[in-house]
Design a protein around this ligand. Structure first.
Ligand code: ZN
Ligand code: ZN
Length: 183
């Protein structure tokens, strides 16, 4: 007679039936419990995966755009945290939350440049929020920082740009990663 190890108590027993995994009815009850728990856990994980996929599918382009923009803007604030305000030259204090990420060409009028690193720079809140971006001074500061050719390229860029859901997810992930590298 073949022997095998009981799946529950690990004792060697003599196998009576081909599909016998346990030594006794007592271990049999325990074995069923373990199997049921495993099954329940598997179902739970499967449900969780389904929920996540559903949630992902329901995410809208505006939501994903907001998330990508938040990550991108945070990256700009971190990148420029030691640089003065792009328009009024007010010094920054080396933290990422005193200045804004100010768009040279605004998201409202040039949405295709919303994720362009040349188009967005650390800017004091006064210039960004109360002086409507302080555009004339921004241009002078921008020429200083990236050069006239790059500024003119920005100004001449009228190519519409749309991002798919996955592109927006990738942008958000990319800029979160870039932020981690700077922190
Ligand atoms: Zn047993
Ligand atoms: Zn300023």
């Amino acid at each position: 007679m073949a022997t095998r190890k009981c799946k529950v108590c690990k004792i060697e027993f003599e196998k009576q039936q081909p599909l016998q995994f346990v030594c006794s009815p007592k271990c049999g009850i325990e074995y069923t419990k373990i199997q049921n728990a495993k099954k329940a856990e598997k179902e739970r994980l499967q449900n969780q995966r389904l929920q996540r996929a559903k949630k992902r599918e329901l995410e809208t382009i505006p939501e994903l755009t907001r998330k990508a923009q938040a990550a991108f803007n945070r990256f700009i604030r971190l990148r420029d945290r030691f640089k003065p305000c792009i328009s009024c030259s007010k010094p920054n204090n080396g933290t990422s939350n005193t200045f804004d990420a100010g768009h040279y060409r605004s998201v409202g009028s040039a949405a295709h440049l919303r994720f362009d690193e040349n188009n967005v720079h650390g800017q004091c809140k006064k210039c960004n929020q109360y002086l409507s971006g302080n555009a004339v001074a921004y241009r002078a500061g921008l020429i200083n920082r990236i050069g006239l050719a790059a500024v003119e390229a920005l100004e001449a860029n009228h190519t519409p740009r749309k991002w798919s859901k996955d592109e927006l997810r990738n942008l958000a992930a990319l800029y979160r990663q870039k932020c981690r590298e700077l922190e």
